[in-house]
Design a protein around this ligand. Structure first.
Ligand code: XUL
Ligand code: CO
Length: 434
C-alpha cells in the first residue's frame, strides 16, 4: 500500500442529493438499466498514459506534476503500478488500458524494452488476480520515440516496419497474457507531413500488411479479443491515414479486412475530423464496426486534441444513444482517454476528474436509455421512411429499372410533396430526456 492517495475514501454511490465531493451522484454500478447493470453497460476504463505517465507538459512548458514514480527504472514502474491499482480500487473501475511505454522503462535495445515490459506485465498479472479491475485493451506506443517520426508500419525504412512489428507482437502478447478484451491500433504517425516525400500507394500497402499480420497472429494464438483501429484525422501527423470511420472502413474493405477489425471511436477525434461524436458512432453502428469508445472532449475554442474529461450530458446522451442502438459495447467499453489539466496538481484531482466523468457518462447513458425505451425518436425516424414499405416503392430497391420507374412517374403522375423534417421538434423531444 502506498500513501499516494492517503485520506481519499473509496468512492461510493450516494445519489443525486449527495453533497459529498467524493461520491457518485449518478453512477450506481448496480442499477439495472435496460435489463443490465450500469457497470456492465458502461464498462469504464482508466487510461494509464494520461493518469500516470503524463507529466503536465504542453508545447510551451515542461513537467508540472510531481509524481514520486517519475524518472526511473523498474522500481518506479512498479510504484506507478501500485498507485494505479490503488486508484482503480478507489474508483471501483472495472477496466484499464495501457501502451507499453506508459508502463515500462524504455530499454537501450528492443530486447531490453521487451524484458522490461514482460516484468511489468508479470507484476500486473499478480495485481489483476486480486483486483476487480481487468484490462480493456492494450496497445503499442509507435509514435513517441524518434525512430517512429516518419511512421511505424508506413515508414519508408523497412527496419522501422520490422521494429514496429516486433513491438506490436510484444504488446499483443502482453494483452493476451493479461486477459485483455481488445487490442487497439491507433496510427499515431501513420500519415504524412508532406506529400512531396510520400508514396501513398506503398504506405497503404504497408499498413494493410501490418494489420493482416496482427489479425493472423490473433488467430494463431487462438485469442478471442477484438482488434480495433482508432481513427483520427491529424495530430501528430499533418494528415493521418485513419482519418475517420468512413476512411477506415474504405481501407478495411480495400484489403478485405472488414470482418476482422472493428473501431475504437474517440469523441475528440471525431470533432477534429469535422464530425460530431454521434456521427462517427452512428456510421460505425450502421456498418457493424462499433467496437469501443475513448470518452473525452476537446476545448472547442482551441481546436486542439486537448483530451479533457467529458462534461456535457446532452453530448454523452446522444453518443450513448448510438451505442445502445447498435447493440451496446459487447467486449468494448468506455475508456477515459482524458487527462487532468496541467494545473491540476493534486492526487484528489486525479480521482475527482474520473468521478465527474463517470457521473456525466451515467447521466448521459440513463437519458439515452430512456429515449431508447420510449421509442419516440425511432418512431419518428421510421415514420419518415414509412412510404418505402409500399410494394411499388420496395420494387425500386430490388428489380426496378430506370425505364420502369420513369414510366410509372409519367403515367401515374408521381409528384412529390415536400414534408417537414421536424428537426426542432425532434430536438425538443431529445431535450425532454437530458
Ligand atoms: C491519441 C489517442 C491515443 C490512443 C491510443 O490521440 O487517442 O491515446 O487512444 O494510442
Ligand atoms: Co484515444
Amino acid at each position: 500500500m502506498t500513501d499516494y492517495f492517503k485520506g481519499i475514501p473509496q468512492i461510493k454511490y450516494e445519489g443525486a442529493d449527495s453533497t459529498n465531493e467524493f461520491a457518485f451522484k449518478h453512477y450506481n454500478p448496480e442499477e439495472i438499466v435496460l435489463g443490465k447493470r450500469m457497470d456492465e453497460h458502461l464498462r469504464f476504463a482508466v487510461a494509464y498514459w494520461h493518469s500516470f505517465a503524463y507529466e503536465g507538459g504542453d508545447p510551451f512548458g515542461g513537467r508540472t506534476f510531481d509524481r514520486p514514480w517519475f524518472d526511473g527504472g523498474m522500481e518506479n514502474a512498479k510504484l506507478k503500478a501500485d498507485v494505479a491499482f490503488e486508484m482503480f480500487d478507489i474508483l471501483d473501475v472495472p477496466f484499464f488500458c495501457f501502451h507499453d511505454l506508459d508502463v515500462r522503462p524504455e530499454g537501450a535495445t528492443f530486447a531490453e524494452s521487451k524484458r522490461n515490459l514482460e516484468e511489468v506485465v508479470d507484476y500486473f498479472a499478480g495485481k489483476i488476480e486480486s483486483s476487480k479491475t481487468k484490462l480493456l485493451w492494450g496497445t503499442a506506443n509507435l509514435f513517441t520515440h524518434r525512430r517512429f517520426m516518419a511512421g511505424a508500419a508506413t515508414n519508408p525504412d523497412p527496419d522501422v516496419f520490422a521494429y514496429s512489428a516486433a513491438t506490436i507482437k510484444s504488446c499483443m502478447d502482453a494483452t493476451i497474457k493479461l486477459g485483455g478484451a481488445n487490442y487497439v491500433l491507433w496510427g499515431g504517425r501513420e500519415g504524412y507531413e508532406t506529400l512531396l516525400n510520400t508514396d501513398l500507394t506503398r504506405e497503404a500497402d504497408q499498413a494493410a500488411r501490418m494489420l493482416e499480420m496482427v489479425v493472423n497472429y490473433k488467430h494463431k494464438m487462438g485469442w478471442d479479443g477484438q482488434i480495433l483501429i482508432e481513427p483520427k484525422p491529424q495530430e501528430p501527423s499533418k494528415h493521418q491515414y485513419d482519418f475517420d470511420v468512413a476512411t477506415v472502413y474504405g481501407f478495411l474493405k480495400r484489403y478485405g479486412l472488414e470482418n476482422e477489425v472493428k473501431m475504437n471511436l474517440e469523441q475528440g477525434h471525431a470533432i477534429l475530423a469535422g464530425h460530431s461524436f454521434e456521427h462517427e458512432l452512428a456510421l460505425a453502428g450502421s456498418l457493424g464496426m462499433l467496437g469501443s469508445i475513448d470518452m473525452n472532449r476537446n476545448d472547442y475554442q482551441s481546436g486542439w486534441d486537448t483530451d479533457q474529461f467529458p462534461n456535457n450530458v446532452p453530448e454523452t446522451a446522444l453518443a450513448y444513444y448510438e451505442v445502445i442502438k447498435s447493440g451496446g459495447f459487447g467486449q468494448g467499453g468506455t475508456n477515459f482517454d482524458a487527462r487532468i489539466r496541467r494545473q491540476s496538481l493534486d492526487p484528489e484531482d486525479l480521482i475527482l476528474s474520473h468521478v465527474g466523468g463517470m457521473d456525466i457518462c451515467a447521466r448521459g447513458f440513463k437519458a439515452a436509455a430512456k429515449m431508447f425505451e420510449d421509442g419516440k425518436l425511432e418512431a419518428a425516424r421510421s415514420e419518415r421512411y414509412a412510404d418505402w414499405d409500399a410494394p411499388a416503392n420496395q420494387e425500386m430497391l430490388s428489380e426496378g429499372t430506370l425505364e420502369d420507374i420513369a414510366h410509372r412517374v409519367e403515367t401515374q403522375n408521381v409528384n412529390p410533396e415536400p414534408r417537414s423534417g421536424r428537426q426542432e421538434r425532434l430536438e425538443n423531444l431529445v431535450n425532454t430526456y437530458v
